[in-house]
Design a binder for this molecule. Structure first.
Ligand code: CCH
Length: 301
């Protein structure tokens, strides 16, 4: 039976199936951004996990601390309230699933639905019941910085250079919003389709530095062959941290490989995103989560 192959505090496949269907059904959001909730759901999961600090074993995808102001109100998490709001009806329909599991599962379902790889996922996360274990602010990356900053942030989580570049490929999805991060625009023309286009564009286009009205600097590409109106619509962007992947030889190598080999990128991304979703979670030999409290009884059925 499934109880022999699945961790006992992770929801069973049959229990998860309708939750996954419900996530798929909410992705199409004609009035939101580029018509999909997918990209912002992926960012929610990433920011929920990307607070991990390996040395102190704090932060990570357990707890769903962004429900509390201490974490949710971090300017780095601006806009992620939309992602959480998209998922509220699902939480209401399936109250047995924890927020921490729902947020990570939603990203995995969304990536697959947007044409990305199948990513393995295990449940069993619990939700904090107060904000006492919410990680300190300042652990998420700052887009205006360079390669040293990327290493500082991602080495802290336990990732290496190849993994940093693979993870950055998530910027195939979604966009920057001037009212959230202060940056503006999308990385690729079809930002709701998961692919390696981000790496191809990073490698081939000529990116020009542009100072925004708010003082932030980003890089843009304008197709000079288009008429002015189309140029406005089709302007693409890169963050300084995205450009840092080109400037640093050990990062650049992987940008070029992923630009040329979509399958390699998909394989690496699937592995590294699964690893990201597991940050801060300890499991025993059976895959049971061992460092969580309050696992609901429902998870054991
Ligand atoms: Fe990112 N990201 N990200 N990012 N990100 C932004 C948007 C998305 C950085 C900065 C930004 C990852 C890594 C980094 C997504 C996934 C990932 C924005 C715009 C900034 C700024 C936010 C806004 O204005 O709404 C920096 C710096 C790094 C350093 O490496 C990683 C890793 C992932 C996932 C694996 C996704 C998806 C978005 C689009 C969100 C949306 O709302 O469309």
């Amino acid at each position: 039976s499934s109880s022999e192959t699945l961790p006992t505090n992770s929801p069973s496949a049959s229990r998860l199936a309708p939750v996954k269907e419900a996530i798929k059904a909410l992705l199409n959001q004609p009035d939101y951004d580029d018509g999909s909730a997918g990209p912002v759901l992926v960012r929610l999961a990433w920011h929920s996990a990307g607070t991990y600090d390996a040395e102190t074993n704090t932060g990570g995808s357990n707890g769903a601390g962004m429900r509390y102001e201490a974490e949710g109100g971090d300017p780095a998490n601006a806009g992620l309230q939309y992602a959480r709001a998209f998922l509220e009806p699902i939480k209401a329909s399936f109250p047995w699933i924890t927020y921490a599991d729902l947020w990570t599962l939603a990203a995995i379902v969304a990536i697959r639905e947007m044409g990305g790889p199948e990513i393995s996922w295990q449940g069993g996360r619990t939700d904090f019941t107060d904000d006492s274990r919410v990680p300190p602010r300042g652990r998420l990356p700052d887009g205006s910085k360079g390669a040293d900053h990327l290493r500082w942030i991602f080495y802290r989580m336990g990732f290496d250079d190849r993994e940093i570049v693979a993870l950055s490929g998530a910027h195939n999805l979604g966009r920057c919003h001037s009212g959230r991060s202060g940056f503006e625009g999308k990385w690729v023309n079809n930002p709701t389709r998961f692919s390696n286009t981000y790496f191809k564009l990073l490698k081939t286009h000529e990116w020009k530095k542009k100072k925004l009205e708010n003082g932030l600097e980003q890089f843009i590409y304008v197709d000079e062959d288009l008429d002015p109106e189309e140029q406005e619509e089709e302007t693409l962007m890169m963050l300084p941290t995205d450009m840092a992947l080109l400037e640093d030889p050990s990062f650049k190598k992987w940008v070029y490989k992923y630009a040329e080999d979509k399958e390699l990128f998909f394989r690496d991304f699937a592995g590294v995103f699964a690893k990201l979703m597991e940050l801060g979670i300890q499991r025993d030999a059976q895959g049971d989560v061992i460092n969580q409290e309050n696992v609901e009884d429902g998870y054991r059925s």
